[in-house]
Design a protein around this ligand. Structure first.
Ligand code: CU
Length: 141
């Protein structure tokens, strides 16, 4: 019994060791102009973590309603607060800055390796946000 237990632990260990942490800055302006997450696209493995840094003031990071994989837990950071989120469910997560959502301060997190063409935007997504998501998809396909 004991040997089976340790064999299982060994089999799982490499997966845990591969979990990575990525940093995303929340900025008042980046190279493309306007308020932005930088980077605005990340491709993760399940179990990876993203640290959203309050690099400049006035921003937060939150999931966009109806734009996350089934079974994933929504999150909402406070303004000027650094938050750390571990992504476990495979699929696409739309992340927004709540006060600047209309202005297109959004990003896409992909967990797993589904092609970006499979992204489904919520039907009621604001135009500014939808436009920026479209640009992100185009740039990273
Ligand atoms: Cu913002």
């Amino acid at each position: 019994m004991r040997s089976i237990f340790f064999a299982t632990l060994l089999a799982l260990a490499p997966i845990a060791a591969h979990a990575e942490t990525f940093e995303v800055k929340m900025l008042n302006g980046n190279a493309t102009g306007g308020m932005a997450f930088e980077p605005d696209f990340l491709s993760l493995n399940p179990g990876d973590t993203v640290k959203f840094l309050a690099t400049q003031r006035g921003h937060n990071a939150a999931t966009i309603k109806d734009f996350l994989p089934e079974g994933a837990t929504p999150f909402k950071g406070k303004i000027n607060q650094e938050i750390e989120v571990t992504f476990t469910e495979e699929g696409f997560y739309g992340i927004m800055c709540t006060p600047h959502y209309d202005m297109g301060m959004v990003m896409v997190v992909r967990v797993g390796d589904a092609p970006l063409s499979e992204i489904e935007l919520p039907a009621d997504m604001r135009p500014g946000a939808a436009k920026r998501i479209g640009q992100i998809v185009e740039r990273n396909q």
